[in-house]
Design a protein around this ligand. Structure first.
Ligand code: DGL
Length: 259
């Protein structure tokens, strides 16, 4: 089974890509909504959640674990790799391809404050964005809007415009989406940028990485494609309402508090 987790529903943007690439694989997706958003939490808290979630998913039969959250990857992937022996795939902002493709020599990365301030992003910038000006911007309030299923209302539009409009005068030609919630706001981002600016969502690259690892490890496809969805908050009712909206399909949602 492929196990995936995020602070909430954002990782479903990665789920879509993994599901499309590996339709026969069972996937268990856990939304740690009791602790969402991670972006305003401390490193210690995010690591503590990562270890609890990882242990639970391992107990459910995970053969590979996808951290479908940039913030959790940034804070906790090293600790997770030390704690668990199963292969772990993390996600990070697509700064490398965005910088490599830039003609104007100016790009932006949108992510949580936590991710933007992290050493991991600094390392990516140092390694892959030499000579490229990278503007870092946090999508304030965006995660909460996606969690609430508010993907197109006026408040969400205003929150997106507040961040994206000022970028129009900056001569950037690429935006790396460095938070897995943000691809769900792509239509609103595009309303502002039009086609002149290219958006990079790393979800498909993550799906390819998962497929490669499965092949390298010789894991069996386990054929039935059974999907489970779990939340750590409430009774699952809210999340089950969101699934058709975010992934186009209804599924039952289990509640596992993981306190
Ligand atoms: N979806 C997450 C990310 O990719 C985290 C959002 C949050 O919980 O702050 O960074």
């Amino acid at each position: 089974m492929i196990a995936m987790y995020d602070s909430g529903l954002g990782g479903l943007s990665v789920w879509r890509a993994v599901r499309a690439a590996l339709p026969a694989w069972p996937i268990t997706y856990l939304a740690d909504q009791a602790y969402c958003p991670y972006g305003s939490r401390s490193r210690e808290e995010i690591i503590d959640r990562a270890l609890k979630v990882g242990r639970y998913l391992e107990s459910q039969g995970a053969t590979i674990l996808v951290v479908a959250c940039n913030t959790a990857t940034t804070a906790a992937i090293t600790a997770m790799r030390e704690a668990f022996s199963l292969p772990i795939v993390g996600i990070e902002p697509a700064i490398k391809p965005a910088a490599a493709m830039s003609r104007t020599g100016r790009i932006a990365v949108l992510a949580t404050e936590y991710t933007l301030a992290s050493e991991r992003v600094q390392t990516l910038l140092d390694a892959h964005a030499e000579g490229v000006q990278v503007l870092r911007r946090a999508g304030h309030g965006w995660v909460e809007q996606v969690e609430a299923g508010e993907l197109s209302g006026e408040r969400t539009r205003a929150l997106v415009r507040r961040v994206v409009e000022p970028l129009l005068g900056e001569n950037i030609d690429h935006i790396a989406l460095g938070c897995t919630h943000y691809p769900f706001l792509e239509p609103l981002i595009r309303e502002v940028t039009g086609d002149a600016i290219r958006l990079y969502d790393p979800a498909e690259a993550i799906a390819r990485r998962v497929a490669d690892l499965i092949q390298q490890h010789g894991f069996d496809s386990q054929g039935d494609g059974y999907c489970r969805f779990i939340t750590t908050a409430g009774d699952g009712g809210d999340m089950s309402l969101r699934l058709p909206q975010l992934i186009g399909l209804p599924y039952p949602v289990e509640s596992v508090p993981l306190a």
